[in-house]
Design a protein around this ligand. Sequence first.
Ligand SMILES: Cc1cc2nc3c(=O)[nH]c(=O)nc-3n(C[C@H](O)[C@H](O)[C@H](O)COP(=O)(O)OP(=O)(O)OC[C@H]3O[C@@H](n4cnc5c(N)ncnc54)[C@H](O)[C@@H]3O)c2cc1C
Length: 243
Amino acid sequence: MDALETAVVIVGGGVAGRAAGLFTARNGLETIVLDDGSSLLRRNAHLENYPGLPGGINARVLLERMTEQAVDAGCQFETATVETLERTADGFLATTAADDRYQAETAILATKNEVGYLDSMPDVEIVDRGKSYVATDNRGRTALDGLYAAGRLAGKPHQTIVAAGHGSEVAITLLEDRAEPFYHDWVAPAGYFTGRGRDVPPGCEEIDEPERLDREREGRKRRERLLDAHSSPPPEQHPSVDQ
Ligand SMILES: Cc1cc2nc3c(=O)[nH]c(=O)nc-3n(C[C@H](O)[C@H](O)[C@H](O)COP(=O)(O)OP(=O)(O)OC[C@H]3O[C@@H](n4cnc5c(N)ncnc54)[C@H](O)[C@@H]3O)c2cc1C
């Protein structure tokens, strides 16, 4: 079967991968996240240190919100285990356990400490510190052009907000490296740029007051619906604990 072609493939859609997919998709890049569904965050009992959520949140609900937000932006999610990632003339080819193939111009790796699928790319430096990590520069670039690593896999501290922030930063690095027209991913009040005689820069948007109120109402409704739908999905236990 022919490989499905995309601009960006994200291997691993936990916290860092979902955040990266939000940013690449919001900025117009066709993005597919391949994830086998075992984000470490699913094991959290109550997430109390994600800024902006006083009182904490059910971590499974947060993950679902992150997916919904990225899908809204146009990001595609597939449940899949990536078995191999190879360098090709046009970028990177990911092959899944079900033998589905995804050909991407660029790839972001966000698989926590899982690196077995990288065996055929010896140029990607793996750092072994008891667990495996992918070596990157300070913006998440690996030694291969177009290949990035984010979150825990890139050796970032083991906190949800850090993984989300790093996934976002790596996605923006990718946009910059591709020379995509991009200034900041900002929503600004009407006139913020144009009121000073400037064009609205690429990646930015100006919205007027009625539109702002509409979006705020819609956001509130969506959050309430999600809470109703998922009262309290329980944590997953560590696989070695007897239950
Ligand atoms: C018990 C527990 C409690 C925690 N509590 C907190 C807390 O209170 N506060 C806090 O800030 N942090 C907490 N954390 C830490 C937080 O969960 C992690 O730091 C965060 O999930 C790391 O994000 P990540 O994207 O790097 O990895 P993950 O979120 O683990 O995502 C990695 C993803 O890659 C996928 N994957 C791996 N290999 C493949 C493959 N070959 N093909 C396809 N997909 C693949 C996995 O299925 C997973 O979805 C907790 C962690 C645990 C275990």
